[in-house]
Design a protein around this ligand. Sequence first.
Ligand code: PNS
Length: 167
Amino acid sequence: MSPAGPPNGRLAIFPGSFDPLTNGHVDIVLRSTQLFERVLIAVLVNQDKQPLFNATERATIIREVFREYPNVEVDTFEGLLVDYARQRRASAIVRGLRAVSDFEYEFQMALMNRHLEPTLETVFMMPAEQYTYLSSRLIKEVFRLGGEVRGLVPPVVEDWMRKKQKT
Ligand code: PNS
């Protein structure tokens, strides 16, 4: 049992960098709300030297995207995910699996997280097929090179990307 007491079985954490949030992420969040009463999107304050958006901006954008979903919460976190999950008394980590190529990294992370906190389960979800090729890295590259990202990210994200481009 974790020091913070029994986990809240209805809370799932969906952690990630979300730089930026894609429609693939949105798909996974919406699927998660079918399984869990509350979903907490946890934005990693990461060490990436040149993020498109800082963690506060990413959290603000994601809050805007899910503003009509009272069961979806957004927060930032630093340090170990399992420590944050323990603090929030979550019982599950949700991660999206797009392709076999994601598997090895995700498998390693899931088992390491289980080693660190055996009561925390990782649940993998598959996004809709049309999002299996989507990644934040590719979105940034396509956008930077003048490509169209409409339909790949929520309109709110696209607006923020355009604003960012002008600054
Ligand atoms: O979307 P990403 O960048 O693939 O998400 C990776 C993330 C945030 C889930 C992972 O890097 C993470 O949990 N970082 C927090 C530090 C940590 O707990 N590391 C050990 C993971 S086994």
